[in-house]
Design a protein around this ligand. Sequence first.
Ligand SMILES: *[C@@H]1O[C@H](CO)[C@@H](O)[C@H](O)[C@H]1NC(C)=O
Ligand SMILES: [Zn+2]
Length: 347
Amino acid sequence: MLELQVLIKIMGGCSNQRVLLLFPVMVMMVVLLLGTSPSRAELQKLKHTPRKADHQPLNILVVGDWGRQGTYNQSSVAYQMGVVGEKQNIDFVISTGDNFYDDGLTGVDDPAFYDSFVNIYTAPSLQKIWYNVLGNHDYRGDVEAQLSPILTQKDSRWVCMRSFILQAGIVEFFFVDTTPFRDDYFTDPGEHTYDWSGVLPREAYLSELLKDVDYALGQSKAKWKIVVGHHTIKSAGHHGNTVEVEQQLLPILKARNVDAYINGHDHCLEHIVDTESGIHFLTSGGGSKAWKGDIKPWNKQELKLYYDGQGFMTVQITESKADIVFYDIYGKVLHTWTLSKKLNNAA
Ligand SMILES: *[C@@H]1O[C@H](CO)[C@@H](O)[C@H](O)[C@H]1NC(C)=O
Ligand SMILES: [Zn+2]
């Protein structure tokens, strides 16, 4: 649109001769404009270029459900994240959403951005990019504020989008906006008000999103494919499985052979291996308030970890393996797991 306005201005300000000279250029620009708006939108792609030399592992740290002005052990989790982040020389942080409690941000000037983020995660090792998704609590505030580049101007670590792809060499992360999948937020919101601007009409939003994720996963040449969303797909925690996401997104993850799904929403640390698909379900929702003792029965073969306190997770990825480690607020290792990738003969 901007380019079109510029064109019209150019035309208005030009003599006939100059318009004639400019004509081929204008045709080209219009073609380019049409070319950038294909019939189906694709997910936005970001590239994370590693700071380290080639063939170094990629190290990431994952935290979720955190923004509470430092309370409920948020500051202790943050401190330990700093210590572990230093040891692991992390490349970036992933936040699984519910970034600001209780009701997201009120706007770009909400002091919670400083009180729950900037002034909490102060360790030098955490001064890396934070790739954030939105959680249901974020949707109860001003969603556009969290997506705004103004926040990134305030703190350059902040990157938040609804759904996007992050290419990081051997790994590709697919961030999916899971909140709009939940029926009850629309049909039975109770005392909560959700900011659905940018999401309505919902049916079209969801079907486009599923199509885009399926397409992006299918196109991906990355060795590792990891999907990130706020809501659970498989969880023995308080919320349990998110039926809508399980029914609509999980079949795509299975068909496209993703390695893992990483989420928050349940305030715990959890690792489930789906015996049928082999997909690893990793919950890192222990950024602040935790729900002690809130656990449902689950197949022991599948449930590798359930920790009902606070903490976070790291993932170290090479071509051939991914090492997953969960930590509590004292930095104690709660659980480790190694995913192995058969080195493809053809590769
Ligand atoms: C902080 O973490 C400790 C250790 O897990 C726990 O005993 C305590 O209850 C937590 N405090 C809060 C407010 O969650
Ligand atoms: Zn949530």
